[in-house]
Design a protein around this ligand. Structure first.
Ligand code: HEC
Ligand code: HEC
Length: 292
């Protein structure tokens, strides 16, 4: 590469000295607009380094003359959003559930907020949009364990069901352990299981046992599930006639509930969500389709 650069005879431009199979590379200069833009970006970065946090060292970074940080501006916009919402959140806290429901603007705000609260806190158990899953009740239907009015729903959300935390305030009832505590024999459990199947018009496994099962049901089960099997929301006892099953409606699953009831637990939210969020999520659950 030493010596004078060679010139391309056709264009008169110097070559770089690189050659492939007789094709030589021209040393074409960069366009001046490109070069100046490049210098301008270098100058800009120097100014930026001086004004803003830029060079990392130790636990932090140079602060720059302005000392501004992205964290501060995020905090500022969060504070701004919160104060914008404070007024309407306060309205939600002050109003009772029925008043919110009859005020279209408040209700709209509450349902939007409630949907977000639900997705963050409730959907892992109750499914997206309250669609439910095995062991966790559907909240989007018209079947309620503990009642589907606005107040009943809010009561369930505030203290939960059968939890240790709010023991006295939580909704509470225990289906007896008929099998594991020896309250009924295996044959009696088989009989009443066959009877329960017929309540929702399912085929019993052994039709001969249905009648004696009905007698056991009237003695042992009707106090909570009702004489007609339609359940009682004061006791959280499910309707056994609607073919909506918390724990499954097969012979084996019903029999299992009789041997060893699940005693499902729902956490309480009074210390986890603020009062506005609890109201909003209760209104949202009520709006899912089955509100009473
Ligand atoms: C850890 C799982 C879990 C989470 C999280 C949870 N739940 Fe529940 N929830 C349950 C269970 C289990 C039941 C049924 C309890 C029973 O057997 O009575 C229930 C019952 C309910 C009921 C009563 C349904 C009925 O038919 O009467 C409502 C309403 C409810 N949950 C709302 C919510 C809301 C709103 C949230 C979020 C703020 C939430 N749940 C979060 C597990 C959960
Ligand atoms: C003290 C009240 C009480 C009595 C008595 C009672 N149950 Fe229950 N039962 C409940 C409650 C509460 C649940 C809800 C579930 C739980 O265990 O979490 C339930 C749930 C069930 C389920 C599951 C329903 C589902 O959707 O999956 C079946 C089936 C059932 N009971 C049948 C019976 C039969 C049969 C008897 C009588 C031998 C009986 N129960 C007696 C309160 C009672």
């Amino acid at each position: 590469m030493a010596g004078k650069p060679e010139k391309d005879p056709v264009t008169g431009v110097e070559t770089t000295g690189h050659e492939w199979d007789g094709i030589k590379e021209l040393n074409t200069p960069l366009p001046s607009w490109w070069v100046y833009t490049f210098y301008a970006t270098i100058a800009f970065s120097v100014v930026w380094f001086i004004l803003f946090p830029a060079i990392p060292y130790g636990p932090g970074a140079t602060t720059g003359l302005t000392g501004s940080t992205a964290r501060e501006s995020v905090e500022a916009s969060i504070a701004e959003a919160q104060s914008a919402r404070a007024a309407i959140n306060q309205q939600i806290v002050d109003a009772n559930l029925d008043d919110i429901q009859s005020d279209p603007d408040l209700l709209n705000y509450a349902l939007t907020g409630g949907r977000i609260v639900f997705a963050d806190n409730c959907a892992p158990c109750h499914g997206v949009g309250g669609s439910g899953q095995l062991n966790y009740p559907i909240l989007a239907d018209d079947a309620w364990l503990w009642g589907g009015t606005l107040d009943a729903i809010q009561q369930t959300v505030v203290y939960g069901v059968r939890n240790q935390e709010y023991e006295l305030d939580a909704r509470f009832s225990l289906m007896p352990n008929y099998g594991s505590d020896g309250l009924l024999t295996g044959e009696e459990i088989a009989a009443v299981t066959n009877y329960v199947l017929t309540l929702s018009d399912a085929e019993p496994e052994d039709p001969a046992l249905v009648e004696s099962g009905g007698v056991i049901f009237a003695e042992q089960c009707s106090a909570c599930h009702g004489e007609d099997g339609k359940g009682m929301s004061d006791l959280g006892a499910p309707n056994l006639t609607d073919a909506i099953w918390l724990y499954g409606g097969s012979y084996e699953e019903i029999e299992r509930q009789l041997w060893q009831p699940r005693h499902g637990v729902m956490p309480g939210w009074i210390d986890r969500l603020d009062p506005a969020a609890i109201k909003m999520v209760s209104l949202y659950v009520h709006s899912l389709g089955g509100g009473q």
